[in-house]
Design a protein around this ligand. Structure first.
Ligand code: HEM
Length: 153
């Protein structure tokens, strides 16, 4: 796992926008009424493996980017498109419990994010404890309903 050092610290993959597969996008209206686009990529072959087994393979990497949006009336309607990236999140599937005692790792995944804005500084344990991914516990902590490519054809 070259994205992880011996201590279990996680870094964002360098080339995910070119090499990873697009899983899908959530459009989220935040508390200020602004539309964000949450775009998720997965390491190669994630979708094929998931469609065959209903599982994420050990070592699967998910990268989520949160974008602000611009919008305008277009011939298709009130269109919103991604503008400046705000924050990213990385999850790495770990079936072996490789980093016991490291708070970034738990529930079968490694969790890491990096935020430009200090107030949303995050670390794995604290955020996971917030329970934000609990609603997705039955689908291995991932909101698979947002990713059509994971649905069996
Ligand atoms: C280090 C902490 C975190 C990491 C690494 C992380 C990682 C991710 C990743 C990779 C995804 C895309 C895969 C999926 O759909 O599950 C995702 C989606 C999601 N996460 Fe997290 N997350 C973290 C913290 C949070 C927190 C604090 C919240 C609650 C505010 C949250 C709520 C969600 C929701 C609702 C989705 C699916 C829909 C969406 O993208 O808006 N996560 N997260």
């Amino acid at each position: 796992m070259d994205l992880v050092d011996k201590a279990g610290n996680i870094r964002k993959p360098a080339d995910y926008r070119d090499r990873y597969q697009a899983l899908g996008t959530f459009s989220v209206v935040d508390l200020n009424g602004d539309t964000q686009l949450h775009h998720t990529y997965a390491s190669p072959e994630t979708a094929e493996y998931y469609r065959k087994t209903g599982k994420f393979a050990d070592g699967t990497v998910l990268v989520k980017e949160v974008f602000g949006t611009d919008h305008a009336k277009m011939t298709t309607g009130d269109a919103h498109w991604a503008s400046g990236p705000k924050v990213w999140f990385v999850m790495i599937k770990d079936e072996k419990g490789r980093y016991p005692g490291n708070p970034l790792w738990g529930d079968g995944w490694g969790w890491h994010c990096s935020a430009d804005s200090p107030e949303s500084k995050c670390n794995g344990l604290q955020e996971r404890l917030l329970g934000c991914h609990v609603p997705a516990k039955t689908t291995d902590w991932v909101y698979v309903q947002g990713y059509p490519v994971l649905a069996s054809k």
